[in-house]
Design a protein around this ligand. Structure first.
Ligand SMILES: [Zn+2]
Length: 237
């Protein structure tokens, strides 16, 4: 596997100091890769039900708003803690719960299509785990079918599932690639993400035009010609 991170048109405080990271194949780096791949979760992460989590988050978020000095009796603000709690648990962070992982149906590759398949412009909405601000952009996926093909919308679902977590873009890229390799039973997978980070645009350096590109190429995509064909296919999107 080969993970590359680059930043276009400026810098991003996530990619700073490692504008180009290459993960090799030796045992040490494989172990490090496994660590990088998992979203850090504490023990007992799912001891509470979703309903209990929402009640507790609502309570804590009300405290945050109150500390900021907001008037929680105001009509417009009074239900915000409840809305935020529901949004965290049921929507934007629902991908933390493995129960929400999309079931994937595979079909026989009866046409014996052996060429590269590219699904491009998959919309991506995630949240940076350092600031809890949006990351948004596009994901592009390529693979070579190994006997089975996947329903195309399932590619989007896999991207969505891993995006619905507090994330760093590097890990998000790797998690999507690992899941695709697992379900497609092939190593010939490419994932390319080009995304904007609100924590870079709206605060800190305020570089509005900076986007961050991460990619994960394995198997046939490590060959220069194949990789070029894939990059050509997603170009201009
Ligand atoms: Zn951030």
């Amino acid at each position: 596997m080969n993970l590359k991170i680059e930043t276009k048109n400026g810098f991003n405080d996530h990619a700073k100091d490692r504008s180009q990271v290459e993960v090799g194949q030796d045992a040490k780096s494989r172990a490090r890769k496994a660590d990088l791949l998992e979203t850090p979760m504490r023990e007992g992460a799912f001891d509470l039900s979703d309903a209990e989590k929402m009640l507790q988050i609502e309570d804590k978020f009300r405290d945050i708003m109150d500390i900021l000095g907001l008037d929680l009796t105001d009509d417009s603000l009074k239900d915000t803690p409840k809305r935020v709690a529901k949004m965290f648990v049921q929507e934007i962070f629902s991908g933390l719960n493995p129960e929400n992982k999309p079931a994937v149906s595979l079909f026989d590759n009866k046409y014996e299509y052996r060429q590269m398949l590219v699904e491009r412009d998959i919309k991506l909405h995630s949240f940076c785990e350092h600031h809890f601000l949006p990351i948004y952009g596009k994901a592009h996926i390529g693979y070579f079918a190994n006997g089975k093909v996947i329903g195309l919308s399932k590619l989007n679902r896999i991207v969505e599932y891993f995006s619905r977590r507090p994330q760093v873009q590097e890990r998000l890229t790797m998690q999507i690639a690992a899941e695709l390799k697992r379900v497609l039973k092939t190593n010939d997978v490419a994932v390319y993400i080009d995304a904007y980070h609100m924590c870079v645009q709206a605060r800190g350096v305020q570089h509005e035009s900076s986007s961050t590109v991460t990619s994960d190429f394995s198997g046939k995509f490590l060959e220069e010609n194949t990789r070029r064909e894939f990059l050509q296919a997603i170009k201009g999107s």
